[in-house]
Ligand binder design. Sequence first.
Ligand code: F6P
Length: 554
Amino acid sequence: MKRLTETDAWAALVEHHQAIAATSLNQWFADDPQRFARMSLSAAGLVLDYSKNRLDTRALSLLTGLAVERGVETARDAMFGGRAINDTEQRAVLHTALRQRGGTRYDAGGVDVMPAVGEVRERMLAFAEAVRDGRWRGHGGDAIRDVVHIGIGGSDLGPCMACEALAGQGEERLRLHFVSNVDGAQLAGVLGRLDARRTLFVIASKTFTTIETMTNAASARAWLLANGARDDDIARHFVAVSTNAERVRSFGIDEANMFGFWDWVGGRYSMWSSVGLPIALAVGADGFRALLAGAERMDRHFLEAPLAANMPVLLALIGLWYRDFFGAASLCVVPYAQALARLPAYLQQLEMESNGKSVLHDGRPVDVGTCPVIWGEPGTNAQHSFFQLLHQGSDTIPVDFIMPLQVARELPGHQRLLLANCIAQSKALMVGKDEAEVRAELTAAGVAGDDLARLVPHKVFAGNRPSNTLVMPDLSPASLGALIALYEHKVFVQGVLWGVNSFDQWGVELGKQLASRIAGELDGDAGDAHDASTRGLIDLARAALDRSARRGER
Ligand code: F6P
């Protein structure tokens, strides 16, 4: 396959980028009162305003041409068609099958996956309802009150983000706790507040070998047994979500209490599978189905809309435009909803684990920048921390503003302020404030002479800083499902454009291997096998562990 920079569209884009680099967003808006109408679009209940981007009609049409030339539509059909597009692991990528309701057949390796998908989903939802309405009881006969979800990465971030986003949707019957870090402080902090007789543990791990999850799960089991339960009671208090039945059994969890999924569901794409059990526990079976339906609407839009009016495709192309033509090394995501506080962390894994790659499918190195760093915090908090840099820092950082129009827990006047701030920030980034304006303002405030000259440059805002605004009607399961599916497809399209495999994650392996070796060495002799820095740090860590062992702390 051609490199991205060898395509016809690329050459035209390079030329056009130079031609429009000096044009300001202010100018484009002044020239075209219809710019918002032309450069915004609705899909699956969401509205994307992409008018505040440094693009004109020609740039958009060249970018769309690039998508055609890179075979985005063929690649999309290959993914939905169950082809093994994860070619380093020979796996299909079919998380979209998890949210399909119609009679469509989805094949992986020639087998229709839909009957198994339906069976596991219904069993998982029935279990969630039984826990929610108190039919599923702990070993002492009490209904479950607390659910501790143990998992990490894709087996944590999705359900954790979604449960927080959807909190307050209805009656909260259960208290959900998420434990991911192997730092014992997290698990101990949660368990210290709980009653073992009324606690259910969900152990989620695709592989059921991840050391953090297995260590936390073992400590949770020890806690349960130390708090009045016997081995036979484990079945009432532990369920597993995994693809690895054998490992689940050998951990001691009854297979009847296991909810499976499949190797064609990537960890970071798995919240639609039984990994979403905590979401079903939080919002019930109907809420979970609504989440899937919202995602399915976005899938259909992605499949059916022409590329030039296709929301995930546009987001992907705009992201590539900044990354590869403006050199933007990061993308800031700012949700204007506290309930979406975990969204940036979720998107970090989705985007950076998927497209944080530097080789093409055929193993040659890429010749352009791939995934930018994804980061962010909810507004308005972010305005009082890093927005200074967005407005006046030395780099231009594109922003995705996420703006739900309604939230579950409103207080009089708050939502109005939240929305006003979101709209104001995208405008401020774009319009800026020039020297003449600053000078006039300061003069009107009585500042003159040297003070005026000294202050003016500090108060100028260059403006022309781009953003997208994604408007959600509310924070319902359906809207959230659509939003997450939108970003999933954006990531997919960018992977196709860059020519990388978005569905493997070999980059996490080396650190894991070394950590397991060093964990052994912290108990014994590290020998001379390491460089001086690693050796020095091991010595410091070992000395601290020895001191705690002598004090009886481990
Ligand atoms: O270390 C990265 C990773 O493999 C992620 O891709 C995955 O989501 C996470 O670890 C957890 O893996 P598992 O679900 O197998 O415990």
